[in-house]
Design a binder for this molecule. Structure first.
Ligand SMILES: [Zn+2]
Length: 252
């Protein structure tokens, strides 16, 4: 298989794996519609995990989950936490939303999906790690910058949601130029959106500490927070320093 077609190879492998035992009418990617391919993916998942690791899967049923981390990730289809981390079922508790944002603690302001996932992960699952995973080319951050510069599009939900990251943008994006004099304009930041993507991660980490039980667990040494920024162009991962002031590369 040519190296230039790894994705096609992967998809075809899954489809062939799922159909090889029965009808055999669907051996190539092109003969399947997308939903067929998704169902074939579930079949491949079943073959991989339920047939090869039955004890692990049974343990997840009888003993429940014990994930190593809660990951707060973007909804972006290009940055799937389970694919990226190559984890097995039970390893990762995940909440995803546009731009991987964590709202500040606000228990009395109506239903809150992030708060509910956080509470379950920290209180009930007692995860030892929370990772906020952001990424390059984030559409949510682009929407934030477009909205803030007056070039956004009307929206029912997106604008209000991503505006949550505006404070983090001001707080964590370096706001001086090389001579330490002028503020960097939001318009100019559009060309350096990775700075805002990283700032949003830092803001989410800061907001996590507004949840009293998260703060308590962190201070007790039972819970560790980290921000990750995935470079979609190079495939490299950057992580926050211990004091949440900068990102450092960890892959090569
Ligand atoms: Zn994104």
């Amino acid at each position: 298989m040519a190296a230039k077609e790894p994705l096609k190879y992967l998809r075809t492998e899954i489809v062939q794996e799922s159909h090889s035992k029965d009808k055999g009418e669907c051996g190539t990617e092109s003969s399947c519609c997308d939903l067929d391919r998704f169902v074939a993916g579930v079949q491949g998942f079943k073959n991989r995990f339920y047939e090869r690791y039955p004890e692990h899967m049974q343990k997840l049923v009888t003993e429940g989950q014990r994930p190593v981390a809660l990951m707060i990730a973007c909804s972006d289809s290009r940055v799937d936490p389970a694919l990226l981390l190559n984890v097995a079922p039970g390893d990762l508790f995940v909440v995803r939303n546009v731009a991987n944002l964590v709202p500040p603690y606000r228990p009395s302001q109506g239903p809150d999906g992030v708060g509910a996932a956080l509470e379950y992960a920290v209180h009930h699952l007692e995860v030892p790690h929370i990772i906020v995973l952001g990424h390059a080319q984030c559409g949510g951050i682009k929407a934030l910058l477009n909205m803030a510069t007056g070039s956004g599009f009307p929206s029912d939900f997106i604008g209000e949601w991503v505006s949550m990251a505006m404070d983090a943008c001001w707080q964590y994006v370096p706001n001086k130029d090389g001579e330490g004099m002028r503020q960097v304009s939001l318009e100019r930041l559009k060309d350096y959106s990775y700075l805002v993507e990283r700032a949003a991660i830092q803001g989410s980490l800061a907001n996590l500490l507004t949840y009293p039980w998260v703060k308590e667990a962190v201070e007790a040494g039972r819970l560790f927070l980290q921000g990750w920024w995935f470079d979609l162009e190079s495939g490299d991962l950057w992580v926050t320093s211990g004091d949440n002031t900068q990102f450092l590369p960890v892959t090569d």
